[in-house]
Design a protein around this ligand. Structure first.
Ligand code: KDO
Length: 330
């Protein structure tokens, strides 16, 4: 074979390769960009579900690019970023929603949601439709589905036994940085310290805070058990996150694409929920193996203190009339 034939073959192969690369790039460029930013770590079940279930389900027309560990936007700034058109998706808390719409505070309050199924019933209820609509109309954000984070527990690096909220006096408890979260920390009897999720491990390690609150799967995945001594099973908040998407981006999708996105988000949420519930069931034993004390406090004392604090606060005055009763009735 002559050198020139070889060269021609090489040129032809290179041409085919660059053509298909260009076609691939063009295809990717044609796809709807769905960047999601979240403080969740990539080993979190919500992250795993979105990556392994949501992403492939929408890949025919959308490129889903998640940014975990708050690597694109700081915790609590994602909704504004979506609203301004700088981000397409997030996993938002009801507490973050309450920063824009105080009536969301009822969904962020302690001892309101009973369990994972109750969260789903509330999200799909008739009365929640007006909340969703307001967020779409006024913030440009669509709430796609509800994800289960789990039952938040008090997790301390100190060893003083906690039985009632009075025992929490003086405890520097890291809570996420918004009014609704800080209020919950106070209602638990602690001195809440606002701090982003990504700083919690080091703060526990160095003693900058005495503790934090999160569901057991988060305590495991983020290794907080390495730097704490006890878990007080307060169950003070059955925590949720909404999977959100820019309304502008949503409106540009065809009805078939919208249906695919909706189905994919629901499937990811359901898978994440089941995994998170299973983990919660297993992790008490795991924490004990790691040497932590795990015990129940006087739950009635906590429930009464927390519910009482909300009911006499200004926060609950901003809840929609009858909202709590409607939630409780579901
Ligand atoms: C946290 O900062 O403690 C928290 O658990 C609050 C949740 O609403 C959610 O933002 C969560 O962090 C992140 O997704 C990280 O797991």
């Amino acid at each position: 074979m002559s050198v020139s034939i070889l060269r021609r073959g090489l040129i032809a192969t290179t041409a085919v390769l660059s053509l298909s690369l260009a076609a691939g790039a063009a295809l990717a460029a044609d796809k709807v960009k769905l960047r999601l930013s979240s403080p969740a770590s990539e080993n979190d079940e919500r992250a795993i579900a979105l990556t392994t279930i949501f992403a492939p389900a929408v890949s025919g027309f959308a490129e889903f690019t998640p940014h975990w560990n708050a690597s694109l936007f700081k915790q609590g700034t994602e909704l504004e970023a979506i609203s301004r058109g700088n981000l397409e998706m997030s996993i938002a808390s009801a507490q973050e929603m309450a920063e824009f719409f105080p009536e969301f505070g009822v969904f962020a309050a302690g001892y309101v949601h009973r369990d994972a199924a109750h969260q789903v019933a509330v999200f799909n209820s008739d009365f929640f439709k007006s909340y969703k609509k307001k967020v779409e109309d006024e913030l440009g954000v669509k709430l796609l589905t509800v994800m289960y984070l789990g039952r938040r527990q008090v997790n301390l690096r100190t060893d003083k036994v906690i039985k009632t909220p009075a025992d929490m006096a003086g405890v520097k408890l890291r809570m996420p940085g918004s009014e609704a979260w800080q209020f919950l920390g106070k209602a638990l009897g602690a001195n809440p310290v606002p701090m982003a999720f990504g700083e919690v491990y080091t703060a526990l390690q160095t003693g900058a805070v005495d503790g934090q609150d999160n569901p057991l799967p988060t305590v495991q995945k983020s290794k907080f058990y390495e730097v704490t001594k006890q878990i007080v099973l307060t169950n003070h908040l059955v925590d949720l996150n909404y999977v959100t998407i820019s309304k502008k981006v949503w409106d540009k999708l065809t009805p078939a694409q919208q249906a695919t996105v909706q189905k994919a988000a629901d499937a990811a949420a359901e898978s994440g929920r089941q995994k998170q519930l299973k983990l919660e069931g297993e992790l008490e034993a795991f924490m004990k193996e790691k040497g932590l004390k795990v015990y129940s406090p006087d739950l009635n004392a906590f429930r009464q203190a927390v519910q009482g604090a909300y009911l006499k606060s200004d926060l609950s005055k901003q809840w929609e009339k009858g909202a709590l009763e409607k939630i409780n009735a579901l």
